[in-house]
Design a binder for this molecule. Structure first.
Ligand code: ATP
Length: 426
């Protein structure tokens, strides 16, 4: 894990937030490569759950919501973790994560008490009970409260779903393990509305659909498993839930939860808002309160899993090569164009013009800030799929060398068919 964290900082994937002020604990900023990787993860998810299907629409709700939402959803009352304080060193822990003695100093604990995880803020200039608002702890509620807007504007037939990616906030008691558990994070959620009779089957389908997404993006199947929840660990709204877990360097932990939320949310919002939230089945004239199947994954957690899985150290001759074997759809940069000799203007000029041309259709970088061995190593560490090297011979035979990241195999390709060749590789 330390190696992944160090690579993230060294190469510009992820930095500690507010670094120059000593850092804000457990808060992270995505740098130039990190933001590309993040966008690629989100794009792949959106493609899989929206574009490749006929039954799901996208949306993007506000982070701030009416306070009544959190009353209806049960978060005001029920979104709590049990917390214990060490009587000796005063450190706080989640009761379910410790035994009966403080792991730091061996002290005894206070009685467990409920701690609400929602982050509170005030809207407007007056800080009183009437202006209290919460930063959403899950993106899901923004979808539920738009259920009737979607029925009225899109007229979908059951089953159908809504997909959303966005920031969520939880005042976690024990954040940590790099980006695994933070107080500000991004979720990718689908809320899939089904007839109650179809909920069980749909849950199973979604578990497989989501599991296969991680596999298709290259996660090692030995590091991935499904774990059904026991009755005692289900969230207050769920009838059944299965987690997709990844074997992180710190152990098996949740990547995504796929839950049968029943009609709990729509029923609650109907009751508290006084608005009917039913689906009218035109054929049977039956009014249905749909059940909701929810695959809810974390953008940051999947990125951490993709990075941990892709990080490889290989022995090459007498050297160790660090390479990020990210899936082609996730690699932040697809192609790097490198001049073999940076003190030969004709080579530099040709390399720059090739890069400029490729940039129009492929995510390409140009780099001439080191010797070729160093440039290759740098691109390997950030997962660049192909390196194009321009050398002296290129000036004569109008060919370049294309080097593949994983095999390091090299091929001579003529410049006039380079773009077509590279595009065929992605
Ligand atoms: P955990 O048991 O790890 O606290 P959870 O079961 O509370 O997670 P859910 O409410 O199911 O999590 O949230 C769905 C997804 O959102 C999780 O699978 C995870 O990927 C992501 N997520 C939840 N909390 C955090 C967090 N504090 N930091 C980063 N990602 C998170």
């Amino acid at each position: 894990m330390d190696k992944v964290v160090s690579l993230c900082k060294r190469r510009g994937f992820i930095f500690q937030s507010s670094d120059i002020y000593g850092g804000l604990a457990n808060t992270w900023d995505y740098g130039p490569y990190g933001v590309e990787l993040k966008n690629n993860v989100k794009r792949s998810w959106w493609k899989s759950v929206v574009y490749e299907r006929n039954d799901i629409f996208g949306m993007d709700a506000a982070i701030l919501m009416h306070p009544k939402v959190w009353e209806a959803s049960g978060h005001l009352k029920g979104f709590t973790d049990l917390l214990v304080d060490c009587k000796k060193c005063r450190k706080r822990f989640r009761a379910d994560q410790v035994a009966d003695k403080c792991p730091e100093c061996g002290g005894g604990f206070t009685e467990a008490r409920a701690f609400n995880l929602m982050l509170k803020t005030f809207l407007g200039p007056v800080e009183d009970v009437n202006s209290i608002s919460y930063l959403r702890p899950e993106t899901a509620q923004g979808i539920f409260v738009n259920f009737s807007n979607i029925l009225d504007s899109k007229h979908p037939k059951l089953p159908f779903g809504l997909a959303q990616i966005g920031k969520s906030f939880r005042n976690e008691i024990t954040p940590g393990n790099f980006t695994f558990r933070t107080r500000e994070f991004e979720q990718m959620e689908v809320e899939y509305f089904v007839h109650p009779n179809d909920a069980e089957k749909s849950l199973e389908e979604w578990i497989d659909y989501r599991f296969n997404w991680y596999l298709a993006l290259g996660l090692n199947k030995n590091n991935l498993r499904k774990r059904p929840h026991g009755k005692d660990e289900l969230a207050h709204y769920a009838l059944a839930c299965t987690d997709i877990e990844y074997n992180f360097p710190f152990g098996w932990s949740e990547l995504e939860g796929i839950a049968n939320r029943t009609d709990f949310d729509l029923k609650q919002h109907e009751r508290v808002s006084g608005k009917e939230l039913r689906y009218l089945d035109e054929a049977t004239k039956e009014k249905v309160l749909p059940y909701i199947i929810e695959p809810s994954g974390g953008v940051d957690r999947s990125i951490l899993a993709f990075l941990a899985d892709a990080y490889i150290e290989e022995k090459v001759k007498d050297d160790i090569r660090v390479v990020l074997k990210l899936h082609k759809d996730l690699a932040p940069t697809k192609v790097a164009v490198l001049p073999l000799l940076r003190n030969r203007p004709e080579i530099v000029e040709l390399a720059k013009s090739i890069a400029a041309d490729l940039k129009k259709s492929i995510i390409t970088v140009y780099d001439d800030t080191g010797a070729i061995g160093k440039l290759y190593r740098r691109q390997d560490e950030v997962g660049t799929l192909l390196c194009v090297t321009v050398d002296v011979q290129s000036l004569e035979d109008k060919q370049v060398t294309v080097r593949e990241r994983d095999s390091m195999q090299q091929e001579r390709i003529s410049i006039d068919r380079l773009k077509e060749y590279l595009q065929g590789r992605f």
